[in-house]
Design a protein around this ligand. Structure first.
Ligand code: HPA
Length: 272
């Protein structure tokens, strides 16, 4: 708790008492949304008490606070992953800090592999639900100030935000998938049999992040909107000419970033 409050107080001191209404997590290759934030205040993670270093490719390490879609927002340009070796309380610390700062909604994004056969590289997928194969970040003493010991997860992703996003996508002529995101630890990409297994248990896309952040937000009853950019398709067939590669993932996410940014901006505009 002290850790969270110290970090929140430091950031608050940089925001001139303004309260962010939306927190945004920008995944691999999606950090460009932060460039659209007007009058940005940039707060490097390295300057924030109790934050660890962000080491993942395609991830910078800053909070960017400022105006987007007419709202004061705070965005994470880069996130922390379990595979970087950090414990879950460090992976989710920025989310709890944003909750402390007063966000009323959390928008999360990521690059993900498409395990649904209908998905293609460059597709955007609204996350409708998830399957968590990472350790649960709420294991340990419960932070009663944030939420209950046994949080409900009946509606992990906000149905109202999903409906609005679908309406906006129609208006903007943006094609959307809607599916289940599964997170495993990484950092290895999946074997052909693991991709098959994840499809069998109901996943549409797979990644290495996001769910811990969503869990701590839902613990505190903060509504969540999530979006995956499909950066590669699952290969089940031991293809001899294909290889999953982190740089390709970042490139594919970059190419889809404009559509995701347009959608996030409109969705934020429409928030009350
Ligand atoms: N698997 C896991 N994580 C990922 C993938 C994938 O295929 N693509 C992007 N992140």
């Amino acid at each position: 708790m002290i850790e969270i409050n110290q970090a929140a107080e430091y950031i608050q001191s940089k925001l001139n008492n303004r309260i962010p209404t939306v927190g945004i997590v920008l995944g691999s290759g999606l950090g460009r949304l932060a460039d659209e934030i007007e009058n940005p205040t940039i707060i490097p993670y390295a300057d924030i008490p109790n934050f660890v270093k962000s080491t993942a490719i395609g991830h910078k390490g800053n909070f960017i606070a400022g105006m987007l879609g007419g709202k004061f927002v705070i965005a994470m340009q880069g996130r922390f992953h379990y595979y970087e070796g950090y414990p879950m309380n460090k992976v989710t610390l920025p989310i709890r800090v944003m909750i402390r700062l007063g966000i009323q909604a959390l928008f999360v994004s990521n690059a993900a592999g498409g395990v649904n056969f209908d998905y293609r590289v460059g597709d955007l997928m609204i996350i409708r639900d998830h399957i968590n194969l990472l350790p649960n970040p709420l294991i340990g003493p419960n932070l009663d100030e944030f939420g209950p010991r046994f949080p409900d997860m009946t509606r992990p992703y906000d149905l109202n935000l999903i409906r609005r996003a679908e309406a906006i996508a129609k208006e903007l002529n943006i094609a959307l998938q809607k599916g289940v995101y599964l997170a495993s630890s990484g950092p290895t990409y999946e074997t052909p049999s693991e991709y098959k297994y994840f499809r069998l248990i109901g996943a549409d896309a797979v990644g290495m992040s996001t769910i811990p952040e969503v869990i701590v937000a839902r613990h505190a009853d903060v509504p969540v909107f999530g979006m995956s950019v499909i950066t590669n398709e699952a290969h089940d067939d031991y293809a001899e000419d294909f290889k999953n590669d982190g740089d390709d993932v970042v490139r594919a996410a970059n190419a889809a970033a404009d559509r995701m940014i347009a959608l996030f901006r409109r969705l934020i505009e429409q928030l009350n």
